[in-house]
Design a protein around this ligand. Structure first.
Ligand code: NAD
Length: 415
């Protein structure tokens, strides 16, 4: 079987939902393609004095609902196809959460683990200057993603501001609080994952108390999801990161794991039974949270999954072929565009705060996050109850119908 590209997989998910609602074929022609892709060369001086030229991308998939929004990823596997798929998912996610945004994504092909901080800074600043023609607080607003952090956002914000000649905090989200970042942004995605998991259990009249959870990836999303789920009474029995896997049938000490990752940058230095990192996916649990990278659950391993529900912390961790296998196995998959939307919800609040110059207390941010996540969960749950479809298809339907309504009012330029 020849694997589809990630962008093709994202298109397949769109087609499935479009078919369910009989979406206007003219609108589908617009939505199946990215609006704009910029490919840039990013030359920098390395610490050893040599020059290296990196390749970067920024894709703005669709801006019908507002400025485009999406993270920037630094990883050796970044590609144009990946950036397009991630930008498409951002478009549906922002529409599902009813944010005034379209979707975007950016990335640079690089191995940040092998670069010094000054090399990373020079690469970030040059990338920012190269994509500058399509950036702006009302055009396209970057945020952190895999291997980019609040520090990366500070460099983007400073470069943009220096080139414009004035300070512009609303050009990025996920920046440090002192620069206009929002309280609660760092933990927002993981917290959102926990809220959606809780709502799913509630909708089925089940309790999260004692539910067994396995988490692939213990970074920003996986680590915070573990923290909030264990606060809600769930037991984190297996985790993994790029270094390996760890398990304990009575539950791992989440705070201890977080401290270990902070100190050693890996989970396996923490006490517990070491297991193969791949086996975390097949652990005998109630809930599996893939929170690392895309394509982790595919047609070759989906049949090995024992969890009854998969909550997608990562973007695109389940392929369309795996979705079909899981549907037959009666495994519920709570899709990425709903489950991990907490980050962009609080990014929106950060943008609003930076634009207005008025900053909120953490309780206010968290209350708005809770309200938005619960509302979107209920909309998806209701859309699913009307038809015999998966939660992913239901989430896409809510998102696409919202975008279709925007197009109905805006029309097409020129007429
Ligand atoms: P991160 O860099 O903080 O963490 C990634 C984690 O995955 C690390 O623990 C890493 O070691 C682990 N990992 C990588 N390869 C692995 C493998 N093969 N097996 C097991 N673990 C592996 O990144 P993050 O911000 O937590 O993002 C994770 C995912 O969540 C990505 O798909 C990202 O697009 C998505 N996401 C992130 C946010 C956000 O706010 N950070 C929001 C929405 C979606």
């Amino acid at each position: 079987m020849i694997e589809d590209s990630l962008a093709r997989k994202a298109q397949k998910q769109l087609y499935k939902a479009a078919k369910e609602i009989n979406l206007d074929s003219n609108l589908l022609k617009i939505l199946e393609q990215p609006m704009r892709i910029l490919r840039v060369s990013v030359p920098i001086r390395l610490d050893n004095g040599r020059t290296k030229v990196f390749t970067g991308f920024r894709c703005q998939y669709n801006n019908a609902k507002g400025p485009t929004k999406g993270g920037v990823r630094y990883h050796p596997d970044v590609s144009e196809e990946e950036v397009v798929a991630l930008a498409a998912w951002m478009t549906w996610k922002c529409a599902l959460l009813d944010l005034p945004y379209g979707g975007a994504k950016g990335g640079i092909i690089c191995d940040p683990t092998k670069m010094s901080e000054s090399e990373l800074e020079r690469m970030t600043r040059r990338y920012t200057s190269e994509i500058m023609p399509i950036l702006g607080p009302h055009i396209d607003i970057p945020a952190p993603d895999v291997y980019t952090t609040s520090k990366t956002m500070a460099w983007i914000m400073d470069t943009f501001s220096m080139m414009k000649g004035y300070t512009e905090p609303s050009i990025v989200t996920g920046k440090p609080e002192i620069l206009g970042g929002s309280k609660g942004r760092k933990e927002a995605t993981g917290k959102g994952v926990a809220i959606i998991t809780r709502e799913f259990f509630k909708a089925q009249k089940k309790s999260l108390k004692g539910a067994r959870v396995a988490i692939q990836g213990f970074g920003n999303v996986g680590g915070h999801a573990a923290h909030f789920l264990s606060q809600m009474g769930a037991k984190i029995v297996a985790v993994s990161d790029v270094s390996g896997g760890l398990a304990h049938p009575d539950g791992l000490d989440v705070q201890g794991l977080t401290d270990c990752v902070e100190k050693h940058a890996c989970v396996i230095k923490h006490p517990g039974k070491q297991i193969d990192k791949e086996d975390v996916l097949y652990h005998d649990v109630d809930i599996l949270i893939p929170a690392a990278l895309e394509n982790q659950i595919h047609h070759k391993n989906a049949h090995k999954i024992k969890a009854k529900v998969i909550v997608e912390g990562a973007n695109g961790p389940t392929t369309p072929e795996a979705d079909e296998i899981l549907e037959k196995k009666k495994v519920s998959v709570i899709p990425d565009i709903l489950a991990n939307a907490g980050g962009v919800v609080v990014s929106h609040l950060e943008w609003v705060q930076a634009l207005s110059g008025l900053f909120w207390e953490e309780e206010q941010v968290n209350a708005e996050l809770e309200r938005k996540m619960v509302k979107s969960f209920r909309e998806v749950w209701q859309a699913r109850s009307k038809k015999d479809i998966s939660l992913r298809c239901a989430a896409y339907i809510v998102a696409i119908e919202r975008i279709a309504e925007v197009y109905r009012y805006r029309g097409m330029f020129p007429w």
